[in-house]
Design a binder for this molecule. Structure first.
Ligand SMILES: N[C@@H](CCC(=O)N[C@@H](CS)C(=O)NCC(=O)O)C(=O)O
Length: 312
């Protein structure tokens, strides 16, 4: 037991502030404190730096977007400018969403012009349109906007119940089967380099960059986590479902096309013409004859100038 009078078990008096060992501890402690402070300061500086860079990038992006939109503020009155990719060698547009809007414009007899330079719009995607100084992005929002603006309803006398079937088919194709197009074109078969008209360096860069975006987005969606075989099975099932719903009808709901036929054609045309050599092309070119006939019918009705569109 130690008491105030018992001898210290330590070899030196630790309470002596001047003892060299204590002095060294003190200085080590001060050094550590300094280092810690430095560490905090560094983290703070890096944090501020990163926030500043993010802010600057956002501002520059915003400025560039404003400039881009300003270029399209004064266009001919009531002429829709449809911004999108240039025509591919095999379809008037390799984006099913651009082809959808293009088909709508033709179906509704609305004057339009194509712009192939400012491809990506206010939401960072294609298509988008400019009309009388207003800009709209997203194919479905574009169609909703144009329908109201030009008072064009393309849904004829179809009942609400019928129209709901068209919408369900459209959404299945756009939100699910679309990944079959993107993954095959940029990752599995990589046919984007075959179907687009551009120099090889540009095309290989596009394949690499867009391939990275497609892979990342498909993973976020969930479908990209399956194997190629599983994805082909899932997407083929979608196409078979459309084939069953279509049956012997001329268009998705009957003898006349409806608004959703624009989107349905925009996507099915990719499977038939836009993915050469893919399992989907084999499916619609072989077994699912009604899908092929449907595409041919839409093509004849709305693209009498098909070859001209491809050559432009
Ligand atoms: N929901 C959009 C989809 C448009 C879309 O995904 N476009 C693709 C080209 S087919 C795109 O711009 N992708 C670029 C990206 O995701 O960053 C629409 O209907 O317009």
């Amino acid at each position: 037991m130690f008491g105030p009078t018992s001898p210290s078990p330590y070899k030196f008096p630790i309470h002596t502030a001047t003892h060299p060992e204590i002095k060294r501890w003190k200085s080590d402690f001060l050094k550590l404190k300094k280092m810690g402070l430095c560490c905090y300061t560094n983290v703070l500086c890096y944090g501020i730096g990163i926030i500043a860079i993010v802010f600057i990038v956002k501002m520059v992006k915003k400025m560039l977007l404003e400039r881009k939109l300003a270029r399209w503020n004064n266009t001919p009155k009531d002429v829709v400018i449809l911004h999108g990719f240039p025509a591919a060698k095999v379809v008037p547009n390799a984006s099913p969403f651009v082809l959808k809007v293009l088909t709508f414009l033709r179906m509704a007899n609305i004057n339009y012009k194509l712009d192939r330079k400012d491809v990506f719009g206010p939401k960072g995607k294609t298509p988008w349109i400019s009309l009388n100084g207003e800009h709209t992005a997203d194919s479905q929002m574009i169609i909703d906007y144009l329908r109201k603006k030009f008072e064009k309803s393309l849904n004829g006398s179809y009942s609400e119940e019928h129209l709901a079937i068209g919408t369900a088919v459209r959404v299945m194709l756009e939100e699910h089967a679309f990944w079959g197009v993107a993954l095959d074109r940029f990752i599995f078969s990589g046919t984007v380099t075959q179907i687009m008209k551009a120099n090889p360096i540009y095309l290989w860069t596009l394949k690499f960059v867009a391939g990275f975006i497609v892979r990342r987005s498909a993973n976020a969606h969930g479908i990209g986590r399956h194997s190629e075989k599983e994805i082909v099975q899932l997407v083929s099932k979608d196409i078979r479902t459309v084939s069953k719903i279509l049956g012997n009808k001329k268009f998705i709901l009957g003898d006349e096309p409806c608004e959703d036929d624009c989107a349905i054609f925009g996507m099915l045309a990719q499977f038939l013409w836009g993915l050469p050599g893919s399992p989907y092309e084999k499916l619609v070119n072989g077994e699912l004859t009604n899908i092929k006939e449907y595409c041919m019918r839409m093509k004849e009705k709305f693209y009498a100038d098909w070859d001209y569109c491809l050559a432009k």
